[in-house]
Design a binder for this molecule. Structure first.
Ligand code: SAM
Length: 159
């Protein structure tokens, strides 16, 4: 059987990975039709399948007001990704690029982001289109794409 996570030709592995320094809260998980990593698109598409954000019911009140937005920005934890590659060869051709020049799921903090279209909200479930992650992927955060409560940039630097 092929080990999907084995380093490819030319890839560089970090040998002394630092310990973790932040505690994250999974606010729920994401239901998608993608049962394996090979089934997932490389990036979500606006016309992609409907997926469901299933929040822990304790976070349901935090969804109040979300219906006003057409688009949301999601952050999720790509839980099956290895975290110790410094360079990667996404096409398995031995030509590597640095991890931070890629949107690969393999990174020290395997956080994925997507801009999705809100379809509907029902109690602690939100349906959206535009995702690219495995069924069951843990959900970290939901933000409106544009929000009236974002701080305004200062008119001049330093003001
Ligand atoms: N849209 C996000 C971004 O740009 O940050 C993620 C892009 S990443 C290229 C998407 C790929 O990650 C998928 O095609 C799949 O191979 C992989 N993937 C999806 N869900 C994953 C998970 N839960 N754990 C590990 N890898 C995952």
């Amino acid at each position: 059987m092929i080990d999907r996570d084995a380093p490819r030709a030319g890839e560089r592995v970090l040998q002394d990975m630092p310990g973790t320094e932040a505690g994250l809260v999974f606010i729920g998980h994401i239901e998608t039709p993608f049962a394996s990593r090979d089934d997932c698109p490389r990036q979500g598409r606006a016309d992609g399948p409907v997926c469901t954000l299933v929040l822990d019911p304790r976070f349901a009140p935090a969804l109040d007001g979300i219906d006003r937005f057409e688009q949301l920005e999601l952050l999720y934890w790509l839980h099956e990704a290895r975290r110790d590659l410094l360079s990667q060869s996404p096409r398995s051709d031995g030509r590597t690029r640095g991890t931070f020049s890629l949107r690969s799921p393999v990174r020290p903090n395997p956080i994925g982001t997507s801009i999705v279209t809100l379809v509907a909200r029902d109690a602690h479930r939100v349906t959206v289109r535009g995702l690219d992650c495995l069924n069951g992927t843990p959900l970290l955060d939901i933000k409106p794409l544009r929000c009236a409560y974002s701080p305004l940039a200062p008119a001049k630097p330093g003001v």
